[in-house]
Design a protein around this ligand. Structure first.
Ligand SMILES: Cc1cc2nc3c(=O)[nH]c(=O)nc-3n(C[C@H](O)[C@H](O)[C@H](O)COP(=O)(O)OP(=O)(O)OC[C@H]3O[C@@H](n4cnc5c(N)ncnc54)[C@H](O)[C@@H]3O)c2cc1C
Ligand code: FES
Length: 288
């Protein structure tokens, strides 16, 4: 059996039982975010889609949803990047190389890659949103002939908060990628843009019918980014957004992640704007 079949069989029979994951690399990327490279027991591949997440647990304690930030084309390991915001993530930050965590998943619907083949891609990342998008960017780089032009816009509060600094420099050097970063507050060493990420969108050069825009960031960011993308005439179904909700089971059982009767852990976290518009209240009214 291939890895994916083994994995699916495992999830099907024991959806609540975590697999063991060994941390093979751990390092701080910024003051608050730590990067983990994880190898599953038996060295099986996670076989995820970019945009999916796993439930990460510390045995005997608790678990939390974390996006996978490596590409499925990165074999033998997968990557996570975790911001220290509370009890669980603080405990996770104390772990290092050789420590074991629990892994359930992959869960959720990822970015609609099959529909995106042949299209130009505009990626818009706000803050921690670059984490799941790194998975997509790495995937596109490994399949560059399957996609058109790629533009990446990254926004964060300060230059110190920019994630994957070395990798973003490499993305900038690649001829098939056009990249632009902006910060809300600069320091003397910053030579990029200053201002909100929305200010970069009017300047992007796209053919709307041929472009998929993929947006991940905090709600306040993606709401205003969607407004700008609509002004660019990108069709609703080609605007892709990943929603972060509180999650517990990841399996459509507990209801923690529900928006308007939709279980985000099962039907999302990735949605297109046509779907978002149908979530009355929560997303649509505040988005436009
Ligand atoms: C699909 C999905 C993917 C995610 N991917 C990542 C990721 O790649 N990296 C990462 O660092 N975090 C990610 N998160 C958020 C992460 O799950 C939470 O930060 C974590 O559960 C907080 O646990 P805690 O015990 O440390 O914090 P708590 O002590 O529970 O809370 C501390 C603070 O974080 C806020 N918080 C807690 N849970 C969430 C949540 N689910 N969403 C937003 N705010 C929350 C609380 O309101 C509180 O202000 C993701 C969440 C989801 C739903
Ligand atoms: S997290 Fe339990 S139903 Fe979605």
């Amino acid at each position: 059996m291939i890895d994916r079949e083994i994995l699916l069989a495992k999830i099907k029979t024991t959806p609540y039982k975590p697999m063991k994951g060994k941390i093979i690399e751990a390092r701080m990327l910024t003051e608050k975010e730590k990067f983990f490279r994880i190898e599953l027991e038996g060295k099986i591949n996670l076989s995820h889609e970019p945009g999916q997440f796993v439930m990460v647990s510390i045995f005997g304690f608790t678990e939390a949803p974390i996006s996978i930030c490596s590409s499925p084309t990165d074999k033998g390991f997968f990557d996570l990047t975790v911001r220290n915001v509370g009890v669980f993530t603080d405990k996770l930050h104390k772990l290092g190389r050789g420590d074991i965590v629990g892994i359930r998943g992959p869960f959720g619907i990822g970015f609609p890659i099959d529909n995106m083949f042949g299209y130009d891609i505009l990626i818009v990342a706000g803050g921690l949103g670059i984490v799941p998008l790194r998975s997509l960017i790495r995937y596109i780089m490994h399949h560059k002939n399957d996609f058109g032009h790629v533009q990446i816009l990254i926004g964060c509060k300060t230059p110190q908060e920019l994630l994957f600094k070395e990798e973003t420099k490499e993305w900038m050097r690649r001829s098939e990628i056009r990249m632009n970063c902006t910060v809300d507050r600069a320091d003397p060493d910053w030579h990029g843009n200053i201002g909100l990420i929305t200010t970069l969108i009017p300047g992007v050069d796209i053919i709307p019918a041929r472009t998929y825009a993929v947006v991940v960031g905090p709600p306040i960011m993606y709401r205003f980014v969607i407004v700008e993308l609509l002004k660019k005439n990108i069709p609703d179904h080609q605007i892709i957004v990943s929603l972060e909700r509180r999650m517990r089971c990841g399996l459509g059982k507990c209801g923690h992640c529900q928006v308007e009767g939709v279980y985000v852990c099962q039907s999302g976290p990735v949605f297109n704007y046509s779907q978002l518009r149908s979530f009355k209240g929560e997303c649509h009214e505040k988005a436009v």
